[in-house]
Ligand binder design. Sequence first.
Ligand code: NAD
Ligand code: WQD
Length: 344
Amino acid sequence: MTVLITGGAGFIGSHCCVSFLEAGHDIVVLDNLSNASSLSLERVAAITGRKVSFVVGDIRDQAEVEEVLHRYKCTAVVHFAGLKSVGESTKMPISYYDNNVVGTLRLLSAMDNAGVRQMIFSSSATVYGEPQFLPLTEDHPTSAVNPYGRTKLMIEEMLRDVAASDPNWRFGILRYFNPVGAHDSGLIGENPLGIPNNLMPFITQVADGRREQLAVFGNDYETADGTGVRDYIHVSDLVDGHLRAHEVLAEGAAPSNCFTVNLGTGNGYSVLEMVRAFERASNKEIGFSFSPRREGDVAECYAHTERAEQLLNWKAKRDLDAMCRDTWNWVCKNPAGYAAEAAE
Ligand code: NAD
Ligand code: WQD
């Protein structure tokens, strides 16, 4: 009864490893380390007191995935592996379709051959495109406006087709809003390479002096203070949602063999509210100036959370102050992410 966690060395995957190990599940991680360090898994072992089985490998290598599923007697997969930068996806669409779409197809084929028919998939609120109404329900129309978003939509459709072909397959499609925060031990967290694209890692790098100031993309949106509003969710809450989804699927308790659920808090915070919350948590001033809107950004995006509450009996518990406090704790304890220890 082992769960294969693809991309388990990454930001969300490493937190998911903690959550599953602490719940008593056996896991094996498959990650090609294209955007992660294996040190994250040593830290997972330190937090949980359990050894983490780890295979350096690629989801596109169907034979290897199949061998891992057999060797570890896997019964389910939690699938995080993939590329995730919207901006990069417009410059390298082939890599995005290859890693995300082809990778998931190979993974599904390996699972089919190995008789493993349960998967939780990391989708994204990006599949909703420009909101037509708020909060965003799972039935809101989908429309992706960049290659990254299109890979998520294509994969979702692939999974629904596979589910419809055979009731033995079980899929949980989880649409994440904006994951932030870190494990409260400060041992694992987000480790972005280069200049961060996302708000929270950028703010942390202003707080610790690595960047001079934050460029706030747009102050003329139709929101309370004119800046963009998002539904930030603590990564530890997010992965607990995966644990619940895994349990619901494994028990056969879902109303259908493929469900789609939002994982968000239902609360929207503006960029300026995020800046102020981070200032409170870090006791640092976050310098910022207003810049033009970033292409492709929407004014507001936050989740309708009722389906997650009803289907998964799950609700995010941690508030914005906890998200900022835990992020700052991780950054203060690991100013160079995993890089400093990796270089020793
Ligand atoms: P991450 O980059 O930290 O984790 C992804 C992991 O997958 C990395 O460890 C990387 O090395 C690995 N990987 C990439 N391609 C691979 C391949 N072909 N074979 C094996 N391993 C591979 O990203 P994350 O933030 O932890 O995101 C995890 C998943 O959640 C992704 O699928 C992402 O698209 C999705 N997601 C993330 C966010 C977010 O804001 N972080 C929001 C919505 C959805
Ligand atoms: C949040 C807000 C920006 C950076 C992205 C992906 C989405 C999902 C999560 C993977 C917005 C503003 C940001 C900065 C700023 N990822 N901002 N200055 O765009 O909601 O979602 O990550 O699936 O697919 O699109 O998150 O953190 O980039 O931005 O003012 O330097 O912060 O304009 O309003 P976003 P974000």
